[in-house]
Design a protein around this ligand. Structure first.
Ligand code: ZN
Length: 210
């Protein structure tokens, strides 16, 4: 008889949370109500300098022979140089929408004519503070924006298009941790753009011990 234990919790809308995922465990990021983006950062739980690097992971996936011709999509999540190790592997991703790029920030909100609006920066700051870190301890503002329906250059004119997420309640993306990691998650508080379909919702997390 195989025993599977699952830890489950909900991260409320417009907040951030950090928690550990041990090597071999599965992490599921789940749509609690649907059409909500979760920004994901990962750090080596034993060395916070070793951090997930979104663009690097996208580039390696793009150039990997197994993925040639596919989209700019992360299959393996690598840590930044000089580490360059696989931190997590995407094991299930039925919807397949995510954006390897920047999270929303104070300046982004200014540009969107919403000065002072809460951003993913605030969520990450809150989450990191529980582990004695600040936003400036994070190497890059680029993250894995799970469920984001962002397309780059859809019309061949260099524009970036943000469309409402296609994912609905119960949709998920699943990762297997290849090392002990600290997962830092921002439930994106952007109701200004179409990123979260103009309303902020919660995100559900499952950590599964296979
Ligand atoms: Zn955001």
């Amino acid at each position: 008889m195989s025993v599977t234990s699952t830890t489950e919790f909900v991260i409320p809308k417009c907040t951030g949370k950090a928690f550990r995922v041990e090597q071999g465990q599965l992490l599921r990021v789940i749509q609690h109500e649907g059409k909500q983006v979760a920004g994901l950062i990962f750090l080596n739980a034993h060395n916070f300098k070793e951090q997930f690097m979104a663009e690097f992971s996208g580039g390696l996936s793009f150039f990997h022979p197994a993925h040639l011709g596919s989209h700019y999509k992360a299959a393996q999540l690598y840590s930044k140089v000089p580490y360059e190790r696989i931190m997590l592997t995407v094991t299930d991703n039925p919807v397949g929408d995510h954006f390897l790029g920047p999270h929303c920030t104070k300046t982004m909100m200014d540009i969107w004519d919403a000065p002072g609006h809460r951003s993913c920066s605030d969520n990450f700051s809150d989450a990191l503070s529980e582990f004695g870190m600040e936003l400036e301890d994070i190497y890059s503002p680029s993250v894995l924006n799970a469920f984001a329906n962002v397309s780059i250059d859809p019309n061949g004119d260099g524009s970036v298009n943000i469309a409402p997420p296609r994912s609905v309640e119960g949709d998920y993306i699943e990762f297997r941790a290849e090392m002990d990691v600290l997962a830092v998650i921002s439930v994106c508080p952007d109701d200004v753009s179409a990123m979260n379909d103009h309303s902020c919702k919660a995100i559900k997390i499952q950590i599964i011990d296979p």
